[in-house]
Design a protein around this ligand. Structure first.
Ligand SMILES: C[S@@+](CC[C@H](N)C(=O)[O-])C[C@H]1O[C@@H](n2cnc3c(N)ncnc32)[C@H](O)[C@@H]1O
Length: 256
């Protein structure tokens, strides 16, 4: 846990933990079943798999795994995955997904807190996707991830970027301190803040990819197709710096 963790943050932190516990059932159905949701789910899994680039036998830790979307995909690619989350309900969904994809032997679900995981030099790779924005102690999460990784281990995180095509949404969320969709702590970052989180925890940024977050309720086919074109442009071109979601691949360079 980082030193700057005060009482107000602690309340927000607990609210976030409780929010996801309450929303674990139906989490996937609520997000990934519309045409836009299916597209976004596929894009996120593909981007994470490209950036993690795991191999059979490698050890992987998925922090704040949720329903295990990334954990199960990486287990299918041969990694031995530990999927950590603070929500029992989310981990139950992860276990169901692992069983459905026949990877129960490759995946261990573990109840725990992202900023105080207690792992030491154990993992080759680590992910924390769509979660830093909902956990008030971001420094604590980054430090805990750095401790969990072996020397030169790779961390892939995603963060919400306020200086993006969705600038008004980013400013609104940061002003309220809550998500647009739900009553849960949410923060959008600047690229500078993300960089600082990495360097302060001993990481060197290697690569970034942008993803255009597409509101999953969009049903207009023409509008969705236009957003998909913009999303593809966000991946690696200069547009990535203006994407509302930025995926960062970083290497642990300093022992912590
Ligand atoms: C928006 S969901 C993302 C889940 C998953 N990574 C994905 O993208 O599908 C955020 C997840 O963070 C988990 N979470 C919230 N606070 C946490 C904490 N302090 N420690 C561990 N997990 C936490 C929630 O239970 C939830 O599963």
């Amino acid at each position: 846990m980082s030193n700057q963790f005060d009482t107000k943050q602690h309340t927000l932190y607990q609210e976030s933990v409780d929010f996801y516990e309450a929303h674990s059932e139906g989490y996937d159905a609520d997000r990934w079943t519309t045409p836009a949701g299916r597209y976004l789910n596929e894009v996120q899994i593909r981007v994470v798999s490209e950036l993690v680039n795991t191999a059979p036998g490698k050890t992987h830790l998925d922090i704040a795994t949720g329903t295990g979307r990334f954990a199960v995909d990486l287990a299918q690619r041969g990694a031995n995955v530990t999927a950590l989350d603070s929500s029992q309900g989310m981990l139950a969904e992860t276990n169901k997904r692992a069983a459905a994809f026949n990877v129960t032997k490759k995946l261990k679900a573990r109840l725990g807190y992202a900023n105080d995981m207690g792992f030491k030099n154990q993992f080759d790779t680590c992910t924390c996707i769509n979660a830093l924005c909902h956990i008030p102690d971001q420094s604590g999460v980054m430090q805990s991830a750095a401790q969990a990784l072996k020397a030169n281990g790779v961390l892939v995180t995603s963060y919400t970027n306020w200086a993006s095509f969705y600038l008004p949404a980013g400013l609104y969320v940061n002003m309220k301190g809550k998500s647009i969709r739900g009553d849960v702590y949410t923060k959008w970052f600047s690229f500078g803040e993300s960089r600082k989180l990495h360097t302060n925890s001993g990481f060197e940024i290697l690569e970034i990819h942008g993803v255009l977050h597409i509101p999953t309720r969009i049903r207009n086919g023409v509008f969705l197709a236009a957003l998909q074109v913009l999303d593809r442009l966000c991946r690696k071109s200069v547009f990535r710096y203006f994407a509302p979601q930025i995926y960062v691949r970083a290497r642990k360079v300093t022992a912590v």
